[in-house]
Write a protein that binds this ligand. Structure first.
Ligand code: SF4
Ligand code: SF4
Length: 269
């Protein structure tokens, strides 16, 4: 196992502006930590039989931009973060290849159009499960990975590599407080309605909303990650008081006006 390679990887990530990085040995996929777990054909070795480790990186979603959702502003941020993740994982896989370790990147959004997710709501690999196994965070009720730094406002990218790299410990502390804010705000009740257990997302309903918003150039939705109280970013932006999302609260009139303004331009009504 190469500690040195891991240090070099960390340095390469920092050069790319990435501070959140974790490693999961591929064997971790074979010991389901909870139920339901990932079917075998979605696991790293089924996708790339040479894989021995998965390197996962994360980049934050800027909370005040997310707060404008549904909007062109959040739409563009989402695309930008995805593109940087894809470029970064591409460069990380190249770096590992140059060191003699066969590696490949996994695209951030593994689907050609959101409509396809409505028809078959699964990608061929789950970055969220990889991030969990690489110790970057824990699952919340909104089925997203919660991190200490940004709560669920992080997107992840992954590299499958033949290098044997020491894994990071899986986070033991559960960050989700089960406050139900994410469940309550979901406009299509995709999180824990009467037909769906609270540990699962009704992906078809969530994807249907994303399709509707994509037609307006205002996807994705993101409401369930906006209201999550977890994350140091809330302190940075003075967003600890969740009443900020109450339109009736006069304290936050300026914020609601700003969001309304942004939503009014550049996407369809
Ligand atoms: S909003 Fe509350 S219930 Fe939902 S993921 Fe965050 S902490 Fe958990
Ligand atoms: S992204 Fe929107 S539609 Fe999907 S689960 Fe979250 S709140 Fe619901």
């Amino acid at each position: 196992m190469s500690e040195r390679l891991k240090e070099d990887l960390r340095t390469r990530c920092e050069e790319l502006g990435i501070r959140m990085m974790g490693v999961a040995p591929v064997e971790r996929w074979d010991t389901p930590p909870f139920d339901p777990w990932i079917p075998e054909e979605f696991r790293p070795r089924a996708i790339f039989p040479e894989a021995r480790s998965v390197v996962v990186i994360g980049l934050p979603i800027t909370l005040p931009v997310l707060e404008t959702s549904p909007s062109i502003h959040y739409h563009q941020l989402y695309k930008t973060v995805n593109e940087i993740l894809d470029q970064s994982t591409y460069w990380i896989s190249n770096f590992l290849n140059e060191q003699g370790h066969a590696s490949l990147f996994i695209p951030r959004d593994g689907y050609g159009h959101i409509q396809l997710m409505k028809e078959r709501p699964l990608a061929f690999f789950s970055h969220r499960h990889a991030a969990y196994l690489a110790g970057l965070g824990t699952f919340g009720l909104n089925n997203m990975i919660l991190t200490k730094e940004y709560g669920p406002r992080v997107r992840f990218g992954s590299v499958l590599t033949s290098a044997v790299i020491p894994g990071d410990p899986i986070m033991a502390e559960q960050l989700c407080t089960r406050c139900l804010r994410c469940v309550d705000i979901c406009p299509v009740r995709a999180l824990g309605d009467e037909d769906y257990p609270r540990s699962l997302t009704n992906k078809t309903d969530c994807a249907s909303r994303a399709v509707e918003l994509a037609g307006k150039f205002a996807s994705p939705c993101g409401f369930c990650i906006k209201v999550c109280p977890i994350g140091d970013d809330r302190r940075l932006y003075h967003r600890e008081d969740l009443d900020i999302y109450d339109e009736e609260d006069p304290k936050y009139k300026a914020h609601h006006q700003a969001w309304k303004h942004t939503r009014s331009y550049g996407s369809r009504k």
